[in-house]
Design a protein around this ligand. Structure first.
Ligand code: FE2
Ligand code: FE2
Ligand code: FE2
Ligand code: FE2
Length: 439
């Protein structure tokens, strides 16, 4: 399987505009949609949103009126593509149901990327971030059970397990510790650039989504959870944007953005079972082929450089949503106690006692932590938390259900000083005693 978007003919730009009815696509049926179809739509919405926002930022930093005009022409189409893709989500899919889809994306997209990342350092970056979104999935699924009385099995289709990851309470780190080592585009495998652009865009969309819809709830605990996890998505965007090469020109960056869109639509066409959605992806691919041609042409004209020198010769590896249960379990077992420090990942026990991490932790968690309270509340009201452990008990003894932990805890909960002055919470997290209710 090999595909080269540079050798294909796309749809001329003036034929890409669609009318309102064409854009107002019929949404999928939330009970029929394949969970990974939902995931693909969420990814492409994030990619198109990045296409629009990147083009705006580039336009604000561009003097050349001809480049600005071309950006405006293509951007209008990107904005239409974003609508067509995002309008596949039906109005009766609740905000929490959509959210659970977003976190399933963060798990299984990042899992694929990590396993297909040629650079070992970047692979580590993805594995590190993945365990945090994996925990968000568990927190939101419990919030969903608490607020809507339903179990999230049907949303994830039992394709992704739901259980604690690196507990969200511990993910709140000192801001500068999210900065990683950037890759060098010239030296990097082009796949590394595509991987980073894709995960960055997905995380950015998650950040945007939570920052905007988190206040659409009346329940104080839901509002609190979205703002807390929204802050982690801010950390994730900081992490993923920092691995990209900051020295590439705006035009080179544009070329890579368009190539990335081609790669993903081509990838998702291969596996999308819904024929109507597959046709939409195919249509968008043919639009992207022309966007890519235009971006390459601009690079040749303005920078007198050959874009083919920086792009892959062909697409031979497609991004695929698939089960990653065993792999995720292994990452959990090996890496749950890692923390980020100076662009490296170390075990929490190696962090010096006066590290700013602890000050930041006590600032944000001082009066309790919403994502811990969800678990406390669900145990208090239903007698048990919600988990979807299809492959057996949790691989980390300290993160098993309370009655199975038998005194085990994570390195985090040990380092944060429990039991003196701390209570061990439902997931083994340590937090100040008597934090008080957040309501
Ligand atoms: Fe696009
Ligand atoms: Fe997340
Ligand atoms: Fe995330
Ligand atoms: Fe595009």
């Amino acid at each position: 399987m090999s595909f080269n978007p540079l050798r294909e003919r796309g749809i001329p730009l003036d034929k890409q505009t669609r009318n309102w009815a064409e854009l107002n696509v019929a949404p999928y049926d939330k009970h029929d949609v394949h969970p990974f179809s939902r995931c693909r739509g969420i990814v492409m919405n994030g990619i198109e949103t990045e296409a629009v926002m990147f083009s705006h930022q580039m336009s604000r930093n561009t003097l050349d009126p001809e480049v600005k005009k071309q950006l405006a022409n293509v951007r209008r189409v990107e904005a239409q593509q974003q609508k067509a893709v995002n309008w596949l989500i039906p109005g009766d899919e609740t905000t929490l149901e959509v959210t659970i889809g977003y976190e399933q994306v963060a798990v299984d997209l990042t899992a694929w990327v990590a396993q297909n990342e040629p650079d070992p350092y970047l692979r580590q970056v993805y594995e590190f971030g993945l365990l945090e979104d994996f925990d968000h999935l568990y927190r939101y699924a419990n919030l969903y059970s608490l607020l809507q009385g339903k179990e999230a099995d049907w949303i994830v289709g039992r394709l992704t397990e739901i259980m604690p990851g690196r507990p969200t309470i511990f993910e709140h780190r000192y801001p500068a510790d999210e900065i990683r080592r950037p890759m060098t585009s010239l030296a990097a495998d082009p796949q590394s650039v595509l991987n980073a652009l894709t995960v960055m865009s997905a995380e950015q969309q998650t950040m945007n989504y939570y920052m905007n819809i988190g206040n659409r709830f009346t329940e104080p605990l839901a509002r609190a959870t979205y703002l807390e996890i929204g802050q982690i998505e801010e950390q994730h965007v900081t992490q993923y944007e920092s691995i990209l090469d900051p020295t590439v020109s705006w035009l080179e960056n544009l070329v890579f953005h368009e190539y990335n869109e081609c790669w993903l639509y081509y990838s998702f066409m291969q596996t999308e079972p819904d024929r109507r959605v597959k046709a939409l992806y195919e249509l968008h691919l043919h639009m992207e082929i022309e966007h890519l041609r235009i971006a390459c042409e601009l690079m040749r004209q303005v920078e007198k450089r050959d874009p083919e020198a920086i792009l892959p010769k062909s697409i031979d590896r497609v991004m695929t949503f698939q089960e990653n249960k065993a792999w995720v379990r292994q990452i959990l077992a090996d890496q749950v106690d890692l923390i980020a420090k100076n662009a490296q990942f170390i075990n929490i026990v190696e962090l010096p006692p006066r590290d700013p991490y602890y000050a930041y932790q006590s600032q944000v968690n001082e009066n309790g932590c919403p994502t811990e309270q969800i678990i406390d509340d669900i145990i208090a009201t239903k007698g048990d938390e919600y988990r979807l452990e299809t492959e057996g008990e949790h691989p980390v003894p300290g993160l098993r259900r309370a009655e199975h932990r038998e005194g085990h805890s994570t390195e985090y909960s040990r380092c944060l000083g429990q039991p003196a002055g701390f209570a061990q919470t439902a997931t083994g997290a340590a937090m100040p005693q008597n934090p008080g209710r957040l309501t």
